[in-house]
Design a protein around this ligand. Sequence first.
Ligand code: BES
Ligand code: MN
Ligand code: ZN
Length: 501
Amino acid sequence: MLKISFAKPALPKIGAVAMGVFDNRKLTKSAAAYDRKSRGAVTRAIGASRFKGKKRDLLAVLAPSGSRLGRLVLYGFGKPGALDALGAEAIGGALVAHLAQTGEDDLAVVVEIEAAKGLSPATAAARIAYGARLRSYRFDKYRTTEKPEQKPSLKRLVVMVDDPARAKAEFQRLDKVADGVFFARDLVSEPANVIHPESLAHEAQSLSALGVDVELLGEEKMRKLGMNALLGVGHGSAKESHLVVMRWQGRPGAKGEQPVAFVGKGVTFDSGGISIKPAGGMEEMKWDMAGSAAVIGLMKALAARNAKVNAVGVIGLVENMPSGTAQRPGDVVRSMSGQTIEVINTDAEGRLVLADALWYTRERFKPRIMIDLATLTGAIMVALGREHAGLFSNNDELADRLLAAGKAEGERLWRMPLGEAYDKEINSDIADMKNTGNRYGGSITAAQFLKRFVKDTPWAHLDIAGMAWSEKDRPTVPKGGSAFGVRLLDRLVADNYESAA
Ligand code: BES
Ligand code: MN
Ligand code: ZN
């Protein structure tokens, strides 16, 4: 684990030091001072390269002989005053990625910028540290034969800034969110023989150590509640399905206040069931529980940073397997809401799970807003690729708040339409609805299906199928489970639903 601290600017004696350069090769004070001290080593190295000091430029220079420093890394700030929070995070991420394979144990980053865009030097320092930590994530517990020189070497990061106390204070809050992100990434990365409905329910229970009240509902309880849509999906599995309710009371004085609610799809493995998926790529369906992992990670973040909000997290945990007890195409199930569903395709299972989870959450908690996260459709990836999650909502204010939070945190959303004409596509000949639409607009008909279970609650559905897992390294997200949604929803809460007291 990367150990992160803050200090006043000084030239470190060992390890690597990173210094900023503005656009057009304009050196920051410390870089200029080092240049003089090393008799022009910095300007010479820049002159012999394409490094311009643009955003995301990086140039590594071996420290001149006579110094015990290992290396100097120059990073681009872009135009003076142009750095924003996400840009600062990307710098931290890029430095960590670069240093990982160099053999260096220590990195000091000197942060010297003039305040701009509401980004003070201290905030920039905190964000660089945050980006560094987020990028340092690695899921390597099953790599038993990796040699030490194949593991990332970087152990300690010191971020140097004029006001280290303020940077540290700001980082502490971000660090808690990162704890939630890491927990979610771990859960998503684990294979389905390790994370199944029972073990995932157990993992959620660990949040009780932070003061989160965690309740487990097994199949018997859910049967009594009439959750046959959810239970039908888990019917073919040897593992017991679970509904987990997590409650964080950050405003204990406001007991009667309606909470904010988050609902996650937790299909720990989606084989497709009897409508079985093709073999190619099926292993990726271990991350069909990413929505529920994001809800767990979010609840962890809210509790760890002591958010002043009353929040509820509900996750529906099932394994979608084919077997002699599995549900069949054509089966009709009665959901907890009383509405009946004809199961045309057992692979459209996420909406069946959410139908009961959403209804239950609404009935029991009467939340002021309800947001679900789900790797719900391949169709959303066709529509939006892997740069935006799909946002569907019956409430413009909530949708706008989500779009803003997504932009601020770099977890971007794109709003998709809902409407009566789409809704008609899921009418069934023998039941109230069927669980698939026609060939087109698959992510929209899936959202219309969910909408039938939220009534007038201000609700948003995030289809994160393209975002739950990153197929490549990104500035603050290494390849693998992304924990998409944790940062976004933590920000949504912080900006709109938290208050003093
Ligand atoms: N979990 C899948 C959606 C998915 C597909 C997520 C690919 C990530 C990558 C979901 O349960 C599913 O199978 N959806 C079907 C729905 C169809 C049968 C109507 C799909 O998208 O093909
Ligand atoms: Mn499916
Ligand atoms: Zn699925």
